[in-house]
Design a protein around this ligand. Structure first.
Ligand SMILES: Nc1nc2c(ncn2[C@@H]2O[C@H](COP(=O)(O)OP(=O)(O)OP(=O)(O)O)[C@@H](O)[C@H]2O)c(=O)[nH]1
Length: 313
């Protein structure tokens, strides 16, 4: 672990918040920038619930990305907390990367975000993401629509794809350029401010979202009950192994049934797929045991939200 040369005068460092409607690709950008999977992504909106800081360090700069939950009109207490959390992030950073989904023309939700950041006193960079979904014949028209939509802002605009990486290097150079001069704030080998336990829970939640689609989504939370070294003492079986016990909490009995699936098939699939991801994260073998518990209405209960780490203001 090493900190950069703090006396280096031309080093740049700072925090940049990723802002955008749910599902625009904020987490996919973060993973692409870092070159490994840290933030969870799924086709279901509002995957990101906690503020995750992801750190990208090189010889010239340290960029600290603050992933935020997608901004939208809230429908319940969890939704309100997510939007509060995203708004709070904007107040604490050196710059904002606002992401729009270029596969659609700008709409009312985008205008809501634009109004939120229009008068900010910090630099704003615009990413028109999912550019890979556009046909060549749409490029010119879509660019024009967004330039009109952003009129009067003077913000730099990048057409890119967080999925393919198109335009991402240019975006990183612009962010580096924008950040203030300052010392390295985190060690060079640290790329995330959340403990592994949190990431493990997020990987399991991601597989629940991907595999159950619309049937369970937002009423799921994962708690990690135990992580222990279960490496066999036998000389012939000396491969290191980590045992993980986790509970998936849902709001309704019917959701528990969906999660377990016929003969336990769904839970088995979720377990197998999240285990693969966790093994890559911790670089070792994993034995994962999952339980499903019904906690009625947890999203509307303040104490439960705090327990799962969704802090209020
Ligand atoms: N085709 C394409 N798909 C993308 C791109 N970026 C993200 N996606 C997909 O869009 C979906 C949402 O991406 P996320 O990164 O989870 O979006 P998010 O903004 O973090 O979502 P929330 O956490 O819900 O706010 C996933 O299925 C991604 O694979 C892109 O550049 N091109």
């Amino acid at each position: 672990m090493s900190l950069g040369d703090l006396s280096q005068e031309d080093f740049k460092s700072g925090f940049i918040a990723l802002i955008g409607r749910p599902n625009v690709g904020k987490s996919t950008f973060i993973n692409k920038f870092i070159g490994e999977k840290i933030a969870i992504t799924s086709p279901i909106a509002q995957t990101t619930r906690n503020r995750l800081k992801v750190i990208l360090t090189n010889e010239k700069s340290q960029i600290i990305f603050v992933d935020t939950p997608g901004i939208h009109k809230p429908h319940h207490l969890l939704g309100e907390r997510l939007v509060q959390s995203a708004k709070r992030s904007i107040g604490d950073v050196d710059a904002v990367l606002v992401i729009f989904e270029a596969s659609h023309s700008p709409g009312r939700g985008d205008a809501f975000i634009l109004n939120l950041i229009r008068n900010l006193k910090i630099p704003v960079i615009v990413a028109l993401n999912k550019w890979d979904l556009l046909a060549l014949s749409q490029f010119k028209e879509r660019k024009k629509e967004y330039f009109e939509f952003l009129e009067g802002t003077n913000w730099p605009v990048f057409c890119c794809s967080a999925l393919t990486g198109q335009g991402c290097n240019e975006l990183i150079s612009e962010i580096e350029e924008t950040l203030p001069f300052g010392p390295q704030l985190y060690p060079s080998d640290m790329n995330c401010d959340h403990p592994e336990k949190f990431l493990i829970a997020e990987f399991i939640r991601e597989q629940v979202l991907i595999n159950t689609r619309e049937e369970v989504p937002h009423s799921v939370a994962v708690s990690i009950d135990k992580i222990e070294d279960i490496t066999s003492k036998k000389k012939s079986e000396q491969k290191s192994r980590t045992g993980i016990l986790a509970t998936i909490c849902v709001e309704k009995k019917s959701q528990k049934g969906i999660l377990i699936g016929k003969g336990g098939s769904m839970l088995k699939k979720i377990g197998q797929e999240s285990r693969m991801q966790i093994q890559t994260l911790i670089n070792g073998n994993v034995y994962l045991e999952l339980f499903v518990k019904v906690v009625p209405d947890w999203r509307s209960k303040s104490s439960r939200l705090n327990e799962f780490g969704y802090e209020g203001s």
